[in-house]
Design a binder for this molecule. Structure first.
Ligand code: ZN
Length: 211
């Protein structure tokens, strides 16, 4: 059993690496629309505090959706190694930040991903990068969960894959829907994890109160 906490490549303080992912062309076009948006909500885009906001938001939005430019299966293929290890490999507490596709508001939380190798393993940080690649798009939590599962299953062909995501949705919390502090949990399994004993071992090791 291998357990890696927080497998994403991080800076010393544990936060995400800051990656600048934007093109000048897209920034200019988006900024025009954000300036218009600021006017439409009744603000003055020429006000000093808002002058640079359209460009900042345009760059920010490109970063928050940079997952479209990443091919997650290629991340895994870039570090596939032949290995006879056939026990569960678990990467837990992978931080994730995404945008819900219905409101374009953040949802964020943690992903726990496990697989049981069948001849091949991948670099542990690559699992976290797959989570990142699918998160940085407009998403629903349910699809995010199955996309991560399917990508690992189809690329590594392991004996099984398990994915659990626990996340808080700003579109619920900020918009006055009840249960403001609720956490949404989704899970998706293949292969060996469809067996109760294996799945329970995985959930036990995650060690979280799953909803
Ligand atoms: Zn939403």
């Amino acid at each position: 059993m291998k357990i890696i906490n927080n497998g994403i490549e991080t800076k010393k303080n544990g936060s995400y690496l800051k990656v600048e992912e934007y093109s000048d062309d897209a920034t200019e076009k988006l900024a025009k629309h954000y300036k218009e948006t600021i006017s439409l909500i009744g603000e003055d885009p020429e006000r000093e505090g808002l002058l640079d906001t359209p460009v900042r938001v345009a760059k920010s939005m490109q970063f928050l959706t940079h997952g479209y430019a990443i091919k997650p299966d290629e991340i895994l293929k870039s570090a596939m190694f032949k290995e006879e290890y056939r026990q569960m490999v678990l990467v837990k507490d992978i931080e994730l930040y995404s945008l819900c596709e219905h409101h374009m508001l953040p949802f964020f939380g943690k992903a726990h991903v496990a697989y049981i190798p069948n001849g091949y393993i991948t670099g542990l940080s690559k699992i976290a990068r797959v989570v990142e690649a699918f998160s940085r798009r407009l998403q629903v939590q349910e699809r995010l969960t199955t996309q991560i599962r399917d990508c690992i299953q189809e690329t590594l062909n392991p004996l099984g894959v398990a994915v659990v995501i626990e996340a808080s949705h700003m579109c619920m919390q900020m918009r006055g829907v009840q249960k403001q502090n609720s956490v949404t949990t989704t899970s998706a399994f293949t292969g060996a994890f469809l067996r109760t004993a294996t799945r329970e071992e995985f959930i036990h090791i995650i060690g979280q109160k799953l909803h």
